[in-house]
Ligand binder design. Structure first.
Ligand code: FEO
Length: 394
């Protein structure tokens, strides 16, 4: 990826990671990018770095614009190593004594990661750094995505460098929202659903803080994916919707199956929901990645989970997904469980207990069918689906 001038004297010097397919457990079918930004003024600032393996590409990109030794300040918005891994190489190249701006927690966390006595300058919300004609302002954004996270705002250009906020795991030659269109929203939703959903209350507070500070935003530059320049309000509105956990007339049926009995039940339940006008998606846990399923869960009103009973419990894939979903704290959901069994049949009850522990509203104690469902059983599943559908419509 070549440097791109995104505004006068402001460059994206980041890199594409075209081939990453697993980002600590999140499926990245279209790779990702590690964006970093160079601001040329009387003083030169670098905002964030890249994953360690891409440090040379970052430095090569910077060199196309300026000798890296001329960088005066480095800003670290976030310690996670996809953004800080390149810091040791960068600091070594530009000068270990150059001021490194980060949050207070960032200074602690960077020290824990790299054991370097860099020239840390811890900053808090509202603090500013003059670059000459232009000014950077810092905004602490704890837990978006780590305790050290912060945003950096370039006041005169109204550009928000938002670190993980508003990002998407997407590698492409497109650099801006207007170059890719609505396709990017699915990637942004997936990112939110799998990385930020549990921090929804903090995101709502952050959106209020941005309003309170009166920040005008012409461009949002996340550290992953495309830059929002045509319509930054679109992704801000989407974040408000996702963080408020607003749902649609939609259900997701998440299941695993041994001999297709639970799968037959899933399809019958789906047809019952469909008869009630609910948009329904059955998703097989060994065919759909958990991060794709969470992307569907985020705006679904109902989450229905199906499992055969294996060794007196749910399938391991079901337990895996329940653990994953529980950690992400989805709210305002209707829940229900179903499954086929042979002789003991504990899975449905155990899944229901887990959904209840997540404060899902259980509309039915669950439905279980021994061995293979006959037509009467499938009719019962259709009725079960209709019952959930009616609850969705209420
Ligand atoms: Fe893209 Fe939390 O790092």
């Amino acid at each position: 990826m070549k440097p791109v001038e995104i505004a006068k004297g402001v460059y994206d010097v980041g890199v594409n990671d075209w081939n990453i397919r697993d980002f600590h457990g999140y499926s990245t079918y279209q790779g990702t990018s590690y964006n970093a930004f160079l601001i040329i003024d009387e003083k030169i600032a670098l905002v964030d770095t890249v994953k360690k393996d891409f440090s040379d590409q970052l430095l090569a990109n910077i060199t196309k614009i300026v000798d890296p030794k001329k960088i005066d300040y480095v800003i670290s918005n976030h310690t996670e190593m996809d953004h800080s891994g390149g810091l040791p190489r960068v600091m070594h190249r530009i000068g270990e004594d150059k001021p490194l701006y980060c949050s207070k927690m960032g200074a602690k966390n960077l020290a824990r990661h790299f054991s370097q006595k860099w020239n840390y300058h811890a900053v808090g919300t509202g603090q500013e750094l003059s670059l000459g004609a232009r000014t950077l302002m810092f905004l602490e954004t704890r837990m978006i995505h780590w305790p050290d996270s912060m945003f950096t705002y370039l006041k005169e250009d109204k550009i928000l460098f938002a670190s993980d906020g508003f990002g998407q795991h997407y590698a492409g030659h497109e650099k801006f929202d207007d170059q890719i269109g609505d396709e990017i929203m699915w990637h942004a939703k997936k990112y939110f659903a799998n990385i930020l959903l549990l921090y929804s209350p903090l995101i709502l507070k952050l959106l209020d803080k941005v309003t309170e500070l009166g920040l005008e935003i012409d461009m949002i530059c996340p550290d992953h994916g495309i830059i929002w320049r045509k319509d930054p309000g679109k992704i801000i509105s989407a974040y408000a919707k996702w963080a408020n956990q607003e749902s649609e007339k939609k259900a997701v049926i998440i299941y695993d199956t041994m001999w297709q009995s639970t799968e037959q039940m899933a399809e019958a339940i789906a047809s019952g929901l469909y008869k009630e006008g609910v948009n329904v998606r059955p998703m097989h846990l060994r065919k759909c990645h958990r991060s794709d399923i969470m992307t569907e869960v985020i705006d679904a009103r109902a989450v229905i989970m199906g499992s055969p009973t294996l060794n007196n419990g749910p399938f391991p894939t079901i337990s895996d997904f329940l653990t994953y979903m529980k950690g992400l704290k989805p709210k305002n959901k209707i829940g229900a469980a179903f499954g086929s069994y042979g002789w003991s049949g504990e899975a449905v009850k155990l899944i229901s207990n887990e959904l209840e522990a997540m404060k899902f509203d259980l509309v039915d104690p669950g439905i279980k069918i021994q061995y293979v469902p006959d037509q009467e059983d499938l009719n019962a599943c259709i009725e079960f689906g209709k019952k959930i559908g009616q609850a969705v419509n209420r």
